[in-house]
Design a binder for this molecule. Structure first.
Ligand code: GRF
Length: 188
């Protein structure tokens, strides 16, 4: 039986798409049981709907955080989700939510953690004069981008790189890394 994964997105959703595509392989150990978003106009949501994947789309605007997260939690449980993959989900999950799903939430982050937690990772790597950038898949804990690193991919920084050109190559690496690490983690 494939493990049922819920993916949380806020935007483009290209990592979610990579997970959905990977899940189509018969020997992939996971399937995408739900795509959930806090942005009902997220481009990734429209794609997921087109693919016939069950979705949850609700803006948190005007709702207390516990109430909003309870709605996401209910949708994930109703879909039989066993593990959550954050993929460009821009909202901080509460300690309560993380505790309820402890050890069962992963995220992809565009840096070689523990370097460059938070935003603007590529500009920061360039400003520091780094020669290597990359991406990390990590367990989600209460600490932002702070949980155990499960896998990383390195991307060489070129002298002519801008934050945008680097982001593009790191994103391609993310699309390869995330399905692979998610599969390994679910099987361990
Ligand atoms: C990715 O760079 C990911 O590492 C970060 O947010 C971005 C999401 O992109 N957490 P997408 O929505 O998956 O295309």
């Amino acid at each position: 039986m494939k493990r049922r994964v819920g993916v949380l997105i806020s935007g483009r959703g290209s990592n979610m798409m990579a997970l959905v595509e990977a899940a189509r392989a018969p020997d992939c150990p996971f399937e995408i049981a739900l795509v959930a978003t806090d942005k009902p106009d997220a481009p990734g949501l429209a794609w997921a709907i087109e693919q016939g994947i069950p979705t949850f789309a609700q803006s948190p605007r005007g709702k207390p955080k516990p109430e909003y997260e309870a709605a996401i939690d209910a949708a994930l449980r109703a879909a039989g989700v066993e593990a959550i993959a954050l993929a460009g989900y821009m909202r901080l999950l509460s300690e309560d939510f993380v505790a309820r799903w402890r050890g069962r939430i992963v995220n992809i982050h565009p840096s070689l953690l523990p370097k460059y937690k938070g935003l603007d990772t590529h500009a920061r790597a360039l400003a520091m004069g780094d020669s290597v950038a990359g991406c990390s898949v990590h367990l989600v804990t209460e600490e932002l981008d702070g949980g155990e690193v499960l896998g990383q991919a390195e991307v060489r920084i070129d002298a002519r790189d801008t934050a945008e050109s680097l982001a593009e190559r790191v994103l391609a690496a993310e699309h390869r890394l995330y399905p692979q690490v998610l599969a390994e983690w679910l099987c361990r």
